[in-house]
Design a protein around this ligand. Structure first.
Ligand SMILES: Cc1cc2nc3c(=O)[nH]c(=O)nc-3n(C[C@H](O)[C@H](O)[C@H](O)COP(=O)(O)O)c2cc1C
Length: 359
């Protein structure tokens, strides 16, 4: 068995030290000056957890349920693209590592492995991340293919209609190797942009016409015979709109700081969003979760569960499926310690009283 890093921080440090500049730029970098990427993490560091002593904890656990599905722990693997860049088995390795910890994985639309192969390799990878394919028909066709492959819950990512300005990737000249790509999207076509004519704008003359509207998303939600969560919401009014069009839940996310640099930390927007949609609506969040205490803070501020991205990237990069499994285990062990020390026997006990936010 390979020697695994002993702590979560060592996973991040080792990944930073051992991956190439291109891989670091793609997987660990963010958009622009990486203000949002840093802010996501800083917001967690500023939150303080108030210890409670001598609480009865017998019979407690990290188990919870979400959309009627049982989770061993309120953590899901965030959808991220092109796992084959980090491990030759790609998304299959990640899914198996997640399954070993009974953690659900959301398969990215930009998976580098065939969705059927990933689905059949792991019982717990039955969530699929959809992306708008330029038209209602093409997006529905992608969803139907995923349903036929055995996926049961959808996450539609709506915060990245265009790639962020990724300085680090540009400087590192990051390019996908020819044998790695979004193979599940290929049959449905992707918006193609011919060379710009003089005076044309890429965004307003080319991309804008293929962007979805709220009506398109409402139609999709009403047409797909499975729950659809919307990922990438940061404004309370957008959250209310998602509820209004029948989204099964929302994921408060800024895409891990990879799209709009300058967007606020997800943790900072979470309380206002939960207030707007009410405490019972399924609000999930991601961005900046690096340790078990961060999960506790997110739940205290109203998230029903969290998604983790870069910690999984590091686990996969260092030790494949074993690394993914170990990172998830460490996160859960740390969450349990944090629950004990803050007097929370169950996930339901983690309320706002547990945290003290510096203002
Ligand atoms: C390398 C990388 C690729 C990503 N690809 C996708 C993607 O294909 N679809 C998507 O919805 N989000 C994608 N994301 C965003 C993640 O789902 C998630 O929102 C983000 O990583 C959470 O922040 P964290 O990395 O700080 O945990 C990606 C993130 C990273 C780091």
């Amino acid at each position: 068995m390979p020697q695994l890093p002993k702590t979560l921080n060592t996973y991040y440090e080792t990944a930073r030290e051992t991956t190439s500049m291109e891989m670091r730029a793609y997987f660990l970098g963010g958009a622009g000056d990486e203000r949002t990427l840093r802010r996501n993490e800083e917001a967690f560091r500023e939150a303080q957890i108030i210890p409670r002593v001598l609480q009865a904890l017998t019979g407690g656990s990290t188990a919870t349920s979400l959309l009627g599905q049982k989770l061993a722990c309120p953590v899901l693997v965030a959808p991220f693209a092109y796992h084959c860049l980090l491990d030759s088995s790609g998304e299959i390795a990640t899914a198996q590592g997640a399954e070993a910890q009974s953690v659900k994985m959301i398969l990215s639309a930009q998976s580098s492995v065939d969705m059927k192969a990933v689905r059949s390799a792991s019982d717990s990878c039955d969530w699929f991340q959809l992306v708008w394919m330029g038209s209602r028909e093409a997006t529905l066709a992608l969803a139907q293919t995923a349903l036929a492959a055995g996926f049961r819950t959808f996450v539609l990512t709506i915060d990245a209609p265009v790639q962020g300005v990724r300085d680090r990737e540009i400087e590192a000249e990051f390019k996908l190797p020819p044998d790695i790509g979004a193979i599940n999207l290929a049959p449905f076509g992707q918006p193609r942009f011919a060379a710009l004519k003089e005076g044309e704008s890429l965004i307003f003359d080319r991309i804008a016409h293929s962007l979805p509207s709220w009506d398109d998303i409402a139609w999709l939600i009403g047409t797909i015979s499975a729950p659809v969560l919307l990922k990438g919401i940061l404004h309370p009014d957008d959250a209310a709109r998602a509820v209004g069009i029948g989204a099964a839940g929302i994921i408060v996310s800024n895409h891990g700081g990879r799209v709009l640099d300058g967007a606020p930390a997800t943790l900072e927007m979470l309380p206002a969003i939960v207030k707007k949609v009410g405490p019972d609506y399924p609000v999930l969040m991601d961005g900046g979760i690096r340790r078990g205490v961060d999960i506790l803070v997110a739940l205290a501020l109203g998230a029903k569960a969290v998604l983790v991205g870069r910690p999984i990237v590091c686990g996969l990069a260092i030790a494949g499926s074993l690394g993914v499994s170990h990172v998830l285990r460490l996160l859960r062990d740390e969450l349990e310690v944090a629950m004990l020390l803050s007097g929370c026997a169950t996930i339901g006990d983690i309320t706002q009283d547990v945290v003290h936010l510096k203002r």
